[in-house]
Design a binder for this molecule. Sequence first.
Ligand SMILES: [Fe+2]
Length: 208
Amino acid sequence: MSDVFGQIAHRLGELERRLALVATVTRVTKNNGDGTLDLDDDLGFAPTRVPQASISAGNWQVDAPADEGTQGLLIAPGGVTEQGLFVPILARKDYVSVDSATARLVGPNDESLTLSPEGVTLTTPEGVSITSKRCAVTGEETIDLSAPTVTIAASDALAIEAGAITIKGPVTQTGGDITSDGISVHAHTHAENSRHHYGDGTNMGAPQ
Ligand SMILES: [Fe+2]
């Protein structure tokens, strides 16, 4: 009879252990660098090499490896932690926003991507790189570029069309001719005093 009670007590203990592991709040103590984490619940439960879950849909996924201190849920149906998942979805620092209309992606070095009714703001202290076969920027009112140095490199052609163009500052041009309404700045000539009959009207040399 005591064997039966012993077996029942053992199975109840095992059931309790498995139920406790279905969803447990834990904290990352180490990222093993291979997609697995070592965890700790601060109560003596410290499973190792638990795979990290990633938000994904179709062929898209959010790749944000958890580091030490990240909190989340350990979900391990059946109690086998190595086959469970660590889901880092709980708030961990002071990034809590109360504006439900704004979504923010925040990085560890003041990087942020903010989507709000006012627009999209991308802030990266070290730089932004966009690489694509085609890029199009359309401003229904204005487009502003501001930097101590702005470089435009167009190996084939650069076309500017505007109602008016204003340039403030010295302009230096090399590498070829400048043409204005069909008149070459480099090669045009003037008829020698032809309007005032002081010369014979033959063309003078090109500008020097
Ligand atoms: Fe001239």
